[in-house]
Design a protein around this ligand. Structure first.
Ligand code: 5AD
Ligand code: SF4
Length: 430
């Protein structure tokens, strides 16, 4: 989502006549997009800003965007007086105006409101990924997970109208994109603000049925709003990819309650059972946090056992990181850092083995892959399956990037599949 925000911001600049340069030192304007989801990401910001200062040219504008901008606000000007713009993501629609103020000679400008009901739409979006076009359908977050900065930094949920989303996808198809990924912190909480009142699952189908669209992905889904209608949409329309990212965060109902995730372990497992019962084989990935305040050894074991039941195809695992302005900051029973590291290592190890076994089960199967890359090694190509698995494959044909090909899986590792494209031998007609 952050990467896509950068693409939209680059579009705002291009629309104002700016052009992109290769290195920050060459630029008249540097806009630095930041993340504060965990402390490590946020820590980097001031050291990077220090580096920008060393190479700052006369008249070069340096701006800070994103969640650290929102979180630190005006304080950034005090800690880094060489910065002249601070703008959080909920105020990006004001960026053209803020840039105009800077061009007019204003020294310091800010966009820090989050009490907005607007979304950030641009005339131009400079897309970096030639194969997969990202587009935001819902911004902000109305959930209130106790560890998370997003509701504070990105503001309340705002959905775009279905008409504007469909129009953007039509344009993307028009310029040759066949795969789109719908984005939102809680993408399946999408609520069409127009009279059409399209449900998320209806929007998925409508996007997937637009001419030229071969693959539709969506992320991130919140378990609370994940209903059977989404599984039915995936079953009914092949262009909707067979992959769901459904963060669980913990396998312990007690910890989930502390996190304010609004579901129990059992309720989450019911969603998984619904996905696994689907006619299509849907890949499932998740996010997990270890070392949340008060997480006992028993709670952690429940997370480990949930992995056995859920059989995820991938998991992003994090150590709990206390964040400013979040309710869990004040919670007691902090877990020592070494213990968090121990739990994280155990979790990663277990998940690795699950992934290895799951991927090995695919050996012998033929899967559709979009050709996205050519390796330096001859005849080696790579791409993603509909289930979002990375496939490295051999093909003696001169593949065209962006094409879809059928590839037979011949080997597997925990994080990727190894395949061979079947060779079509042209035989003389007999
Ligand atoms: N500490 C650790 N991980 C976090 N995440 C969000 N906030 C925190 C935090 N304070 C993780 C969650 C979320 C993912 C994007 O980042 O797992 O799903
Ligand atoms: Fe953060 Fe929870 Fe919203 Fe996800 S659903 S962005 S974890 S508050």
């Amino acid at each position: 989502m952050n990467e896509h925000d950068s693409e939209k911001v680059a579009g705002v600049l291009l629309a104002r006549g700016y052009r992109q340069v290769e290195f920050a030192e060459q630029a008249n304007v540097v806009l630095y997009n930041t993340c504060s989801i965990r402390e490590k990401a946020a820590q980097k910001v001031f050291s990077r800003l220090g580096e920008y200062r060393l190479t700052q040219r006369d008249g070069q504008t340096i701006g800070v965007l994103g969640c650290v901008a929102q979180q630190e606000g005006q304080k950034i000007f005090t800690r880094a007086p060489w910065v002249s713009l601070v703008c959080g993501s909920a105020s990006y629609r004001k960026l053209p105006e803020l840039l105009a103020q800077l061009e007019a000679g204003n020294r310091r400008v800010t966009g820090l409101d989050t009490d907005t009901d607007e979304t950030f739409e641009t005339e131009v979006t400079r897309r970096d990924n030639p194969w997969r076009a990202y587009l935001t359908i819902i911004e902000g977050c109305d959930k209130a997970c106790s560890y998370c900065v997003v509701p504070f930094t990105r503001g309340p949920e705002r959905s775009r109208t279905s008409a504007s989303i469909l129009e953007e996808v039509r344009q993307l198809a028009g310029v040759g994109y066949t795969e789109v990924q719908l984005l939102g912190q809680t993408v399946n909480s999408y609520a069409d603000p127009s009279a059409k009142k399209m449900r998320f699952s209806e929007l998925l189908v409508a996007v997937a049925e637009l001419p030229g669209i071969r693959r539709v992905r969506f992320t991130t889904s919140h378990p609370r709003d994940f209903g059977k209608d989404i599984v039915e949409a995936i079953e009914a329309v092949p262009a909707i990819c067979e992959h769901v990212h459904l963060p669980v965060q913990s396998g312990s109902t007690k910890v989930l309650r502390g996190m304010a995730r609004t579901y129990t372990r059992e309720e989450y497992l019911e969603k998984i059972a619904m996905l696994r019962a689907s006619k299509r084989e849907i890949s499932l990935t998740t996010d997990l946090i270890v070392g949340f305040p008060g997480e006992t050894e028993k709670d952690f074991e429940e997370t480990l056992s949930l992995l056995d039941v859920a059989q995820y195809d991938g998991a992003f695992c994090f150590k709990y990181s206390p964040r400013p302005n979040t309710p869990s900051l004040k919670m007691e029973d902090a877990i020592p850092e070494e213990e968090k590291s121990r739990r994280l290592a155990m979790l990663l190890e277990k998940q690795r083995e699950i992934q290895r076994a799951r991927n090995e089960k695919l050996v012998g199967r033929e899967l559709e892959v979009m050709v996205e890359g050519k390796s330096k090694k001859e005849f080696q190509w790579s791409g993603h399956t509909s289930g979002n698995k990375v496939m490295n494959f051999t093909s003696r044909a001169q593949e065209s990037l962006g094409d879809y090909v059928q590839v037979k899986v011949v080997a597997a590792t925990p994080n990727s599949l190894v395949g061979e494209k079947r060779q079509w031998r042209v035989t003389s007609g007999e």
